[in-house]
Design a protein around this ligand. Structure first.
Ligand code: ADP
Length: 660
């Protein structure tokens, strides 16, 4: 027996031992695999002239055997070679398996997330089966192999004793035993017998796999009246006979071709979950049909949560591309901009050539036109969600907002319209997420910039002295905690606020641009004329002291000045130029060996603070040593308040001690 890989074992263990409430989905997972296998085969026959299919009927068959307690799911799709059986079923062939090893099940918050995140379709069969046998013959091969496992330690893989008649795969599940009858007063445990019935299987197929595009067929028993005998008397009661018939259980019409009025949301949800291997319902469903020079149907989904690998390089964006119901490409990346890479869905157009290849895709005018309208539809739907279902939108933004910010950043701000209006940031004043437009609408007269501060924790940012100062002046501050935030703002430079019409209560506003200003940058210009004058006066009054302090700090600071706006803190650090302290911190995490740009720092001292008098005293007493000590302490503690680490913690600790 061959052993499962470690991560497969963990997963199987979860499958087998969690009494998962929704184990019904095992059938949908196996049917999806069968349907994918048929798609692969029909696609191959379209693109490879050597693999022309005959008239054979591509289908999925389901059957069950009550006595043997087995269910069989068969397809005549592409099948698997021995190597493929080994590779596909012996390991979790997903890019996330490494990560899976790291984050164990508990840390992920229970089994549901694991199953959903990894889309471990095939293994879900072990939720209901104590043994699984897979018999497969690959297209173009005349060998059949059998893979078999009890889902615990390992599996066997052997040539089959009997050849399969055609290419394709049978998955045979031997169901687990029925749970023991409940003790008095206890609720009966859900058993497996329902799966061994016609209605049980039919129910699962129509519920979860109705829109699978290939026929799912099962032998069903029916009953019909026997012809009335010629000599039947008036009191004849009709007689019936039972017979069996192969029936197609699923509707097969592609769901994206149906008018949205005809489809229940629950059908869309099931289609989404089975097609894109997600566990959760989508946050938004976007069906649309475009007619005109270009004709196509599309059905797009915004997932309910981010896939685990969304921000990794393994993540592949794209929409499934169909031409007249034939799958051309599973993930057509050109149909989605990067910032909407999370969208899943299907685009189906009779106008797209079947032999479309990677190269022609770039130049394909139809495809580009489709991509543009797909993007517009997504934007419109997100706007609608933002305006009409804020709670859902905030959850969406939590999942995918980062990518939208990158969209602005990567386009050097060119995509700020319309992406900027999709962003949400935490408002320090309102204590909730707001859009730029909401920030602007709540501005007080005369405010001409949007203020923000960036760092790693909202709580810490809210406590920063400069943030309190700006808030006290009546200006809101956006607290930004994602690495990308400030880079996005730099790419935008300004936010363009649309005009707002006035009404009887509000004055309305003209359209205008607002600068985006980090409150820790030196040129904040918040101080009143008097305050500025006072600061300038203090700076020149203490010129000698400030330049002495600056020289003690060496190249750590550009200069030392008197703080202009009121603050409780004895000192703070601001910056001038394009690089803020937070950006410096983020950039310093870049690739090793890369020289990160430095911020130009200014130490601002609060001349009204009692500590300042100590500095003046030390200067007057010409106590150089003390002055150096004070300078470095004030500088370090201002850094700490900003949430940055001090350059030399040991020296800082020694300095504190020597003071005590
Ligand atoms: P997923 O379907 O998400 O890739 P699964 O664990 O369900 O993950 O299946 C693993 C792989 O096994 C599939 O990607 C496919 O290559 C192969 N496979 C599963 N079932 C079949 C089948 N019926 N016919 C051909 N290949 C299959």
């Amino acid at each position: 027996m061959k052993q499962f890989k470690t991560e497969s074992k963990k997963l199987l263990d979860l499958m087998a031992n969690s009494i998962y409430t929704n184990r019904d989905i095992f059938l949908r997972e196996l049917i999806s695999n069968a349907s994918d296998a048929i798609d692969k085969l029909s696609f191959m026959s379209l693109t490879n002239s050597a693999a022309k299919l005959g008239d054979e009927d591509l289908e999925i068959r389901i059957s069950y055997d009550k006595d043997a307690r087995t269910i069989t799911i068969s397809d005549n799709g592409i099948g698997m070679t021995a190597d493929e059986l080994e590779e596909n079923l012996g390991t979790i062939a997903h890019s996330g398996s490494e990560q899976f090893k790291e984050d164990n099940a508990e840390a992920q918050g229970g089994e549901v997330d694991i199953i959903g995140q990894f889309g471990v379709g095939f293994y879900s069969s072990f939720m209901v089966a104590k043994q699984v046998r897979v018999i497969s013959r690959a297209y173009g091969s005349d060998e059949t192999f059998v893979w078999e496992s009890d889902g615990a330690e390992g599996y066997t893989l052997e040539p089959a004793a009997e050849q399969r008649a055609t290419h394709g795969t049978d998955v045979i599940l031997t169901l687990r035993d029925e749970p023991a009858a409940p003790a008095d007063g206890e609720e009966a445990e859900k058993g497996f017998d329902t799966y061994l019935s016609e209605w049980g299987l039919r129910d699962l197929v129509t519920r979860y796999s109705n829109y699978v595009r290939h026929p799912i067929r099962m032998m069903v028993s029916k009953s019909r009246a026997l012809p009335k005998p010629e000599d039947a008397g008036d009191d004849y009661t009709p007689e019936y006979e039972d017979y069996e018939e192969l029936e197609t259980l699923n509707s097969m019409t592609p769901i994206w071709r149906k008018r949205k009025q005809e489809v229940e949301q629950s059908d869309y949800n099931e289609f989404y979950k089975s097609t894109f291997h997600d566990w959760e319902d989508p946050a938004r469903t976007i069906p649309f049909h475009v007619e005109g020079t270009l004709d196509y149907h599309a059905l797009l989904f915004v997932p309910g949560r981010a896939p685990f690998d969304l921000y990794s390089k393994d993540y592949e964006k794209g929409l499934a591309l169909y031409s007249s119901n034939v799958l051309i490409m599973e993930k057509c990346a050109d149909l989605l901009p990067d910032y909407y890479n999370f969208v899943r869905g299907v685009v189906d157009s009779p106008d797209v050539s079947l032999n479309i290849s990677r190269e022609t895709l770039q130049q394909n005018r139809q495809l580009r036109a489709m991509a543009r309208s797909v993007e517009r539809q997504i934007t419109r739907n997100l706007q609608d969600m933002r305006d009409n279902d804020r709670e859902a939108y905030e959850k969406f933004f939590d999942n995918f907002g980062r990518g939208i910010k990158f969209g602005i950043y990567n386009s050097y701000g060119a995509k700020a319209d319309p992406l900027a209006d999709l962003l949400l940031f935490w408002s320090a004043r309102e204590e909730k997420m707001v859009t730029f437009a909401e920030y602007v609408a709540a501005m007080k007269d005369g405010q001409d910039a949007i203020y923000y501060v960036a760092g790693d924790s909202r709580e810490r940012l809210a406590k920063m002295p400069i943030v309190r100062t700006v808030l006290d002046k009546g200006y809101d501050v956006l607290l930004c905690t994602q690495d990308v935030d400030e880079f996005t703002f730099q790419a935008m430079r300004t936010y363009h606020a649309a005009a707002v019409a006035g009404d009887s209560e509000n004055k309305g506003r003209d359209a205008r641009d607002y600068d985006l200003k980090n409150v820790t940058s030196g040129d904040l210009d918040l101080a009143s004329e008097e305050e500025k004058e006072a600061a300038e006066k203090a700076t020149s009054e203490h010129e000698d002291l400030f330049s002495a302090l600056a020289s003690k700090l060496g190249d750590k600071v550009e200069k030392v000045v008197a703080a202009s706006s009121a603050t409780d803190a004895p000192a703070r650090i601001t910056t001038e130029g394009p690089v803020s302290l937070e950006m410096e911190r983020v950039l310093a995490q870049g690739p090793e060996g890369m020289e990160a740009p430095h911020s130009r720092r200014i130490l601002e001292l609060n001349v009204a603070h009692p500590v300042f008098q100590k500095l003046v005293d030390a200067q007057e007493a010409q106590d150089d040593e003390k002055l150096a000590l004070y300078a470095s302490l004030l500088y370090d503690q201002a850094l700490l308040v900003e949430g940055l680490s001090v350059d030399d913690p040991v020296a800082f600790a020694q300095n504190v001690c020597s003071l005590m």
